[in-house]
Design a protein around this ligand. Structure first.
Ligand SMILES: C[S@@+](CC[C@H](N)C(=O)[O-])C[C@H]1O[C@@H](n2cnc3c(N)ncnc32)[C@H](O)[C@@H]1O
Ligand code: SF4
Length: 470
């Protein structure tokens, strides 16, 4: 059965939940860009294990996805939970790029030229912190060392405040076809409170230029739950966004993690909580549905004919560290500080600070700091969670056949734990499948959490590990 938006009346009805309901489900929980989640990974997984995983991938000749982390930003947005290095002066960039090239040399030496790069992504931080010349040099260097598929998705995260027409023209000329830009909110009070002043006109103009230059897909990032936002003000921001007609929207829940990002503590008094935050989310969601966008799940919307929406309907959608993707089966090689790789049944993360990363790359080419090799049970659960998040349905027989198990027997305890969400109308379960109801798609992280046995221990940790699910 294809996954469709509800009618607006249904959406209004489903979203009229009360405070007690919101409290019950608004729990700390992962976003499942990986399973098992990163707190489970250990430092007993290092460069040697990473090399073994690379050799496995090489034998399988799998397609390749490349991620490069460019961590620099000129100033800190107070809400930011990304891995950033704030530096107004740009003297740190050339040495960073020189080390990155050494890492590219090492990684590319383990990836043969018959394997195609189907995805290439520059994330950050702010990749357009680099000058157009630096971007071109890095891109050319990479392109010379890997084989790019003719239809490769080549994407970049841009901050409109520091991105010039010269950056945009250079990106397009090099072959970037996807653009993702941070906006967060257009309301002035919100922008001032989070130290990110970005006038509407600036965003409007850069989107117009991206269209003119022929980028295939434009994504914008919004955040709900920021200080001074209200349901009404956010609805207005979403109306302005709809007017700009991006192909995709990421409407993230503000992740409040002051134990990791101290600067977030500064506006804690002004944060909308509980029902107030739900109301902001609800207003955003309804506005996007009204405008004809499809709710892909978790925090993503796409135009009905966008390939993300199409692949969700065909059940070929996947999820990785960059969120939802249509490119399945590729091994992900991450480069730069904190970058994550997902190769065969392993995850690996690079050193988090520049000196340690530089040191590791200089010594051995590879900068793995920690990682994880999945057990067979992890692999089964990863598939179940991925299907839930991407397709919103788990067909029990498909899992049983793929892994040679009896689904109902293997997941007896989980089916028991799904009883409450079932009674609350989040999920419909029968002999054949577990299907999320529309409301369940909003609280889908909570449903995925049922299948994650590591959470119980993680919840006993002295400090919370995850932000809340709403
Ligand atoms: C690397 S930034 C995007 C590129 C560029 N640096 C910019 O800000 O325009 C990635 C996105 O992560 C999201 N983000 C950052 N911190 C967040 C938080 N605490 N909660 C939710 N989303 C967050 C923002 O929407 C941001 O646009
Ligand atoms: S939101 Fe973007 S620009 Fe702001 S600090 Fe984070 S990565 Fe840098």
């Amino acid at each position: 059965m294809p996954i469709l938006n509800p009618t607006l009346r249904e959406a209004h009805q489903e979203l009229s939940v009360d405070e007690e309901f919101v409290e019950r489900y608004n729990r700390p929980g992962p976003r499942y860009t990986s399973y098992p989640t990163s707190p489970v990974w250990t430092d007993s997984f290092g460069p040697a294990e990473y090399e073994t995983a690379m050799a496995d991938a090489e034998r399988k000749s799998s397609p390749v996805s490349l991620y490069m982390h460019l961590p620099f930003c000129e100033s800190l947005c107070l809400f930011c939970a990304c891995n950033v290095v704030i530096r107004k002066d740009k003297s740190g960039t050339p040495p960073y790029l020189a080390t990155l090239k050494r890492e590219i040399d090492r990684v590319s030496s383990g990836v043969s030229r018959q394997r195609h790069v189907t995805q290439f992504h520059w994330g950050g931080g702010t990749p357009t912190y680099l000058s157009p010349e630096q971007m071109e040099d890095l891109f050319t260097y990479t392109r010379e060392r890997f084989t790019f598929a003719p239809d490769a998705e080549i994407g970049i995260e841009v901050d409109p405040r520091v991105t010039t027409p010269a950056h945009m023209e250079t990106l397009r000329k090099m072959g970037f076809n996807r653009l993702s830009m941070g906006i967060q909110d257009f309301k002035e009070d919100v922008q001032k409170a989070v130290h990110r002043v970005q006038p509407y006109e600036m965003t409007r103009d850069i989107i117009a230029l991206a269209r003119q230059l022929g980028f295939d897909s434009i994504n914008v990032d919004l955040i709900y739950g920021l200080p001074y936002q209200t349901g009404g003000s956010f609805a207005h921001t979403v109306e302005q966004i709809v007017g700009l007609s991006p192909d995709r929207i990421a409407m993230f829940s503000y992740a409040h993690v002051p134990w990791l990002k101290k600067q977030q503590g500064s506006f804690v008094k002004f944060l909308p909580e509980g029902m107030q935050k739900f109301d902001i989310f609800r207003n955003g969601l309804l506005k996007f549905l009204e405008a004809g966008y499809l709710y892909i799940g978790m925090d993503h919307f796409a135009k009905e004919n966008d390939e993300l929406a199409v692949s969700q309907r065909n059940r070929t959608l996947h999820r990785n560290f960059q969120g939802y993707t249509t490119k399945a089966g590729a091994d992900l090689y991450g480069m730069g500080i904190t970058a994550i790789s997902g190769i065969q049944d392993t995850y690996a993360q690079n050193h988090r600070d520049i000196p340690s990363w530089e040191n590791a790359v200089n010594q051995q080419g590879i900068a793995t700091m920690r990682g994880y090799r999945l057990s067979q049970d992890d692999v089964i659960r990863r598939e179940v969670i991925s299907r839930l998040l991407c397709h919103t349905v788990i067909v029990k027989d498909e899992i049983s056949k793929t892994f040679g198990i009896n689904f109902d027997g293997y997941f007896a305890a989980e089916l028991q734990r799904l009883k409450m969400p079932q009674e609350d109308g989040l999920v419909v379960i029968n002999d054949k499948e577990i299907r999320t109801a529309w409301l369940g798609r909003i609280f889908i992280r909570n449903l995925a959490m049922v299948f994650d046995p590591y959470l119980e221990k993680q919840q006993l940790a002295a400090r919370p590990l995850f932000s809340k699910t709403l």
